[in-house]
Write a protein that binds this ligand. Structure first.
Ligand SMILES: [Zn+2]
Length: 115
């Protein structure tokens, strides 16, 4: 029985190197190109068993890139961030505007009070 195991062992050992050499060959990879709205191409290679994302942020400009060169994802996706900043600015100006309005109303009230 020991001899049988040894034979099996050598067979497994013989199979090992061949599978390793298979791995050593150019690993099968799928190359996927992503294009952003600015026309930048980002070429990425993924392992075949890897999950390929539909979109990839462009490393050059940060815009989202899609696999369809004719129809890259719109830059609108980054707008929420910008509009958040704008929202903060708007809110500030609104507060200032409200303060000015309050001031104006106060003057009106004072005028009315005098009149
Ligand atoms: Zn880009």
């Amino acid at each position: 029985m020991v001899g049988g195991n040894a034979i099996r062992g050598t067979r497994i050992g013989a199979a090992g190197p061949s599978s390793e050499s298979e791995r050593g060959e150019t690993a099968p990879r799928s190359v996927v190109s992503y294009w952003c709205a600015n026309g930048h191409e980002s070429r990425l290679s993924f392992a075949l068993d890897a999950e390929i994302p539909d979109e990839w942020d462009c490393p050059k400009c940060g815009l989202p890139g899609g696999q369809d060169v004719q129809n890259p994802p719109s830059a609108g996706r980054t707008e929420p961030f910008k509009s958040h900043l704008e929202y903060v600015k708007e809110r500030r100006s609104d507060e200032e505007g409200e303060a000015l309005l309050e001031e104006a109303l106060e003057k009106l009230r004072q005028r009315r009070g005098r009149a």
